[in-house]
Design a protein around this ligand. Sequence first.
Ligand code: AR6
Length: 169
Amino acid sequence: MTTITLVQGDITRQSVDAIVNAANSSLLGGGGVDGAIHRRGGPEILADCRRLRASSYGKGLATGQAVATTAGELDARWVIHTVGPVWQAGGGDAPLLASCYRESLRVADELGARTVAFPAISTGVYRWPMEDAARIAVETVLNTPTGVEEVRFVLFDARAYEAFAERLG
Ligand code: AR6
């Protein structure tokens, strides 16, 4: 049984087994959640990402996929990096956004993670409308069989928190 919890705050401050990063396919860092995770987690995370690029992920991580690294100095065991789709004028690839949540949970299960913190993937630099992203995030987690006991959505501001709270009823 998976419990979904909501927190308004900074995902890099969470104590969980795995923190999900809203990365880009280069895996080499960026702004938003990605920038914050690398800043607070320290250089070990980037070193692990570079190893992935030099081995199985020569072309980077495809949109909708997920891969784990160390969490460096974060209060977590792993960071699970996933790449959300970019919202285009008039729409976005919803199955790919759902895939980010599903694949991250699959990786979490492989690792044996029991508590996983997710940001609102694609809703920042990638511009996905918050209400729609919240619907996809919550529906996908509710419909994905997993051994993860707690999925914690960590929302940066009150508007994002409200959008997720609305979906959870
Ligand atoms: N904790 C929790 N949520 C946060 C934090 C934080 N510390 N910082 C931002 N958010 P984004 P994306 C919220 O842009 O849209 C990067 O450059 C933010 O308000 O981090 O998937 C990557 O390298 C928003 O609601 O991710 C990629 O190039 C949500 O997290 C690209 O951005 C996601 O915003 C990915 O864009």
